[in-house]
Design a binder for this molecule. Structure first.
Ligand SMILES: [Fe+2]
Length: 345
């Protein structure tokens, strides 16, 4: 399974990960032949990359952090929460809590699972998938920090709803295809406070959930916003979501810049550990994410090229895509003679 830009996809390739609409319904299921009319439509919808199988490629089972069912329910729940917040109606907390329970159960039941898939965002589902990814990454960080289940739940809920305040920002500013101007940035910097105000008025919701939204853009050295809090003034949940959100944003495609690859985003976080980010949280993030996610094309120390077909905390499986072992599957152990030298795409 490869993660390829649309331009590199040919009609004989098959879709390897489903495409969901914003209601969480499957629009194109995996196994579909990628006919030119589908590709054209996906391009119009703003997709940049897809997961595909090459013709005749052997399908390798991989370990995803959450099931497609939970992903689909989370999409629906986040979309509904944003819609309700937009209308200043109360959220359906029963539904959000149920999604969070599934998400946490799936991640905690599988201690070796990593954040290993690049997602498939477009302009319609950007904030919904971003919110879900930040919740998944934050939950993994919390798992690695050893947080108790009730705390993980508060944190995950705050992570899922961290950008809820975006509903109060002029939609024309969001998802601009260029870097934002000063005035636009000013309006966006209000969203943590908007989110806090929306969430603290939700009956039955922990105030820590509201504070997570309030603090997710604060930075350890006081350089963040909206209040410029520093150090321990920022709650642990805020420090966790800051790291998860930054990683997710850096590895996402924006129209005006290419996404960082995972290893580049992790290096960036490490560089800022102790300055902008809590170093322990950064370490837990590094332990949570695949350096080379599934679908990455890599060059090995032997000069051969290969595709990463599965990765967990304990094993990395590749399929050779060049050389005498082409199409062969190989499980790289820690003491394996094969090493990845470089990510190619
Ligand atoms: Fe945000």
């Amino acid at each position: 399974m490869r993660y390829l830009p649309l331009d590199a996809i040919t009609p004989e390739m098959m879709l390897a990960r489903p495409i969901f609409n914003t209601d969480g319904k499957v629009l194109l299921s995996s196994g579909m032949k990628l006919l030119p009319k589908y590709l054209e439509r996906l391009r119009e919808m703003g997709y940049e990359h897809l997961y595909v199988y090459e013709p005749g490629e052997e399908k390798v089972d991989f370990t995803a952090p959450i099931s497609d069912k939970t992903l689909s329910e989370a999409m629906l729940s986040v979309k509904d929460s944003f819609a309700k917040a937009h209308l200043r109606q109360h959220l359906n907390l029963k539904q959000v809590t149920s999604v969070i329970d599934y998400l946490i159960d799936e991640i905690l039941q599988n201690p070796a699972v990593l954040y290993n898939l690049m997602d498939l965002k477009n302009h319609d589902n950007y904030y919904f998938l971003h919110s879900i990814n930040v919740a998944v990454i934050s939950t993994m960080i919390a798992r690695n920090l050893g947080l108790a289940r009730d705390k993980v739940k508060e944190l995950s809920m705050g992570a899922l709803l961290h950008d809820l305040g975006m509903v109060c920002v002029d939609p024309a500013i969001l998802l601009k295809d260029r870097p934002l101007q000063q005035k636009e940035k000013g309006e966006i910097t209000e969203h943590p406070k908007f989110g806090f105000d929306l969430l603290r008025n939700e009956p039955g919701l922990s105030i820590f959930v509201a504070h997570t939204a309030y603090q997710h853009h604060e930075r350890l050295d006081g350089s963040g916003y909206p209040r410029g809090l520093s150090g321990d003034e920022i709650h642990l949940y805020g420090r966790i979501v800051a790291v998860a959100d930054s990683f997710e944003a850096m590895t996402s495609h924006r129209a005006y810049r290419k996404p960082y690859w995972s290893h580049e985003a992790l290096a960036e976080l490490k560089k800022e550990a102790g300055v902008k980010y809590d170093p322990e949280v950064v370490q837990a993030m590094v332990d949570s994410a695949a350096v080379y996610p599934i679908g990455s094309v890599v060059r090995l120390n032997t000069g051969e090229e290969a595709v990463v077909v599965d990765v967990t905390a304990t094993k990395l499986t590749i399929q050779f895509s060049s050389g005498p072992r082409i199409n062969g599957i190989y499980e790289m152990a820690a003491d394996s003679e094969l090493r990845i030298e470089e990510r190619l795409s």
